[in-house]
Design a protein around this ligand. Structure first.
Ligand code: FRU
Length: 467
């Protein structure tokens, strides 16, 4: 589509719809959500010149997937975000069906985006890995494709995550090989322009994995403590009793990457989040060396869970920003410490779970040690049960009415629960695991606890900071 027409259409959609979206009672008070339309993956997450930038996959024209744009926010503190002008619109031939996911790097002082130009034909598709660079006027100039489809893969090659290591640029790419197996490719470049394929570093049928999905999306590779962590989203894993229960999974491997040999020696796949909504996370290193992660609080093709925000012209949110650490052989996630700025009206409640008053959870944080069985009902529509097996989160599917469960198995000693107007994120044992879920309560939602456990609970209201 021609550029001025598409940009005008987008502007019109935002101007016509943003007030209605902002007035939605389910609009988050402190999580990021699109001004209008559909948002999915976080893209281009970086701290650049002391400011965080977070772009996102965006269809401003409908609450449905389609040709994707890159929306763009920036923030000094990961808490207060400002919406920036559109970063990328799919106007060129090499991105005719979407500026798909990708990442951002600081290339000698220039903020540079590396993303996938997605092109669909009547039969099949292709993908180009492309560059765009921020100009002094604050717009991204497209440099066009720097990498075509490598031989031996289908048109599903996408989501470049690029980083610097020992005088080279490195890229991981999600891919599907011609036998329809999901893979992660490693590439090297001296200048971001010319790329050499080092090989497949992980995938279905590799590294001790049997068949493990037909496509791997959104890889991210980084060093944390003494581990090389590969975060990735394999598609096509069969559901098991207690895991892989969402339509698609998002998880990580840990191990050692041999850059020269293009070989990654890794352990098992672990899911990153055990709730109903989590996918396509992206990480970045902050200036002071923290590894931060933001995920999409949604899952592709999980549309049977109807989200009423569509009636207000928008759909999906991001997770809160999370800090990663490596502890006792596991990847821990904790809410970014900056989020403490949102706390107000601290209160404490002590007593047997069932005797505690209902707690306001419209926008709140609740923190407590756990020493026995209890249940918690979020506005009567999302239930959390804690026993010696672990946690079970239960929600009824809004379309079919069927009850669905998600599980975390292990000993629960502590919970930190972050609630916004239509989401909860449950951090277990100071970040050993997380369960994230959207839910759509009425006004003034309350948490009701049940059980005989004695609890000492800290409760804060969380201040509004995005509109
Ligand atoms: C993951 C994903 C990516 C792709 C993008 C398109 O949710 O399918 O693989 O780049 O979304 O919006």
């Amino acid at each position: 589509m021609n550029e001025p027409h598409l940009l005008k259409q987008t502007l019109r959609a935002v101007m016509a719809g943003q007030q209605r979206a902002a007035a939605d009672p389910h609009r988050p008070l402190w999580h990021l959500a699109p001004p209008v339309g559909l948002m999915n993956d976080p893209n281009g997450f970086i701290q650049f010149n002391q400011r965080y930038h977070l772009c996102y996959q965006w269809n401003p024209l409908a609450c449905a997937h389609g040709a994707k744009f890159w929306g763009h926010w920036s923030s000094a503190d990961l808490v207060n975000w400002q919406h920036e002008p559109l970063a990328l619109a799919p106007v060129e031939e090499y991105e005719s069906h979407g500026c798909y996911s990708g990442s951002a790097v600081d290339d000698h002082g220039v903020l540079t985006l590396v993303y996938t130009g997605n092109v669909k034909f009547e039969q099949g598709r292709t993908a180009w890995q492309c560059l765009a660079r921020l100009n002094p006027q604050g717009e991204f100039d497209k440099l066009g494709p720097v990498l075509a489809l490598p031989a031996g893969y289908t048109g599903h090659v996408r989501d470049p995550k690029v980083w610097r290591h020992q005088e080279s640029w490195w890229m991981v790419l999600g891919a599907q090989d011609s036998d329809l197996q999901g893979k992660v490719l490693l590439l090297q470049s001296p200048d971001l322009q010319s790329w050499t394929l080092k090989g497949e570093i992980a995938g279905s049928g590799l590294g001790g994995l049997g068949a493990f999905g037909y496509m791997w999306e959104c890889p991210d590779l980084f060093r944390l403590a003494d581990q090389d962590i590969l975060v990735v989203c394999p598609q096509g894993l069969a559901a098991e009793s207690y895991r892989y229960l969402n339509t698609f999974q998002s998880g990580y491997f840990s191990g050692e990457l041999d850059y020269d040999a293009g070989h990654y020696h890794h352990g098992e796949f672990h899911e990153l989040d055990h709730g109903f909504e989590f996918y396509a996370p992206q990480t970045t290193a902050s200036d002071e060396g923290r590894r931060l992660l933001i995920g999409w609080m949604g899952v592709p093709d999980q549309e049977e869970f109807y989200q009423p925000t569509i009636d207000h012209g928008w759909i999906h949110t991001m997770t809160c920003p999370r800090e990663l650490s490596w502890q006792a052989g596991k990847l821990f996630q904790q809410p970014a410490r900056e989020l403490r700025q949102l706390r107000s009206c601290a209160r404490t409640f002590n007593g047997e779970a069932a005797s505690l008053p209902e707690l306001d959870i419209a926008s709140a944080e609740i923190d407590f040690a756990v020493n026995g069985e209890f249940s918690a009902s979020f506005a009567g529509i999302l239930q959390l049960h804690c026993d010696r097996l672990g946690l079970t989160l239960t929600r009824s599917n809004r379309r079919s009415g069927e009850t669905e469960h998600r599980y975390w198995r292990g000993t629960v000693t502590h919970l930190q629960i972050l609630c916004d107007s239509s989401s909860v994120e449950i951090f277990i044992n100071h970040g050993e695991a997380v369960m994230s879920a959207r839910y759509f309560p009425g006004s003034q939602p309350q948490l009701r606890l049940q059980g005989h456990s004695m609890l000492a609970l800290h409760h804060w209201s969380l201040k509004r900071c995005v509109i």
